[in-house]
Write a protein that binds this ligand. Sequence first.
Ligand code: RIB
Length: 307
Amino acid sequence: MKREGVLVIGSANMDLVISVEKFPQPGETIFGKKFEMFPGGKGANQAVCCAKLGAKTFFLGRMGNDDFGKSLSKNMKKEGVDIHHLLIDENENTGTALITVEGKGENEIVVISGSNMNLSPDDVESKKEIFKEVKVVITQLEIPIFTILEAARIAKQNGNIFILNPAPGLELSEKLLSLVDYLTPNETELELLSGISVKDEKSIEMAAEELLNKGVKNVIVTMGEKGAYLLSKERKEIFPAKKIKVVDSTGAGDAFNGAIAYALSNGEEIGKAIQLANSVAAFAVTKMGAQSSLPRLEDLELYKLAN
Ligand code: RIB
């Protein structure tokens, strides 16, 4: 069977977003500018990103039997994600995220995991036939770590390209890291994973090398407006970010990761994949919301963000 497309295993959250001029200090009460709700969750965001760019995309996750879950799954389906393998949890609410976005587009996020943390290794095992169909498997750290380990193990058995976006930051075992083809930390996550303080290019390189020593095949460090840094045994390169006015940085990392998964599923070489991912992430920060700001390929042309 010809393998194509991407399996995203991960979280879905309803994002409850308030826009403010400045973040409040601890103990301070401030007036916000507006309140909005957007579909989010790192897994769902990455799945919608892949699907909008044109990949055949499957999502494996857990949502509650509630209004947020219904609205999130409806939106994913509308955007072209195959949700036949979505599991409905009768005992937990759908995940939510409380997000504050300030005037310069920076955000603060608090996640209430709900049903996302009930996605079990057995759930993944019961869906292992999908791994045979797809080329790329991608996951993040908003679901239990044993579930991620099971996904990595089955992906290895099936010869998938396995991408781990280690967000939100968590220390990871060498057992898991040695199964990762592409690890995509930001600078904070890189510091946590490597145990090396990250402050400049030299320390980023040292920290990424530490992860290669732990068995990761390729490390891609996302560095915001400084771009992305690729390190593998064969290659070391910085890919500059596109210059853009940031409205809301929420989901920029998911846009980047979704685009990498899409490009690798199309057989693209990693340098080209990172250039596309930089464009997709740049587009995503120009609008409010995580999934609502993701582009189709033709949008990139329109906004002159294509390479
Ligand atoms: O990466 C952004 C996402 O993080 C948001 O959509 C929020 O739900 C949290 O999971």
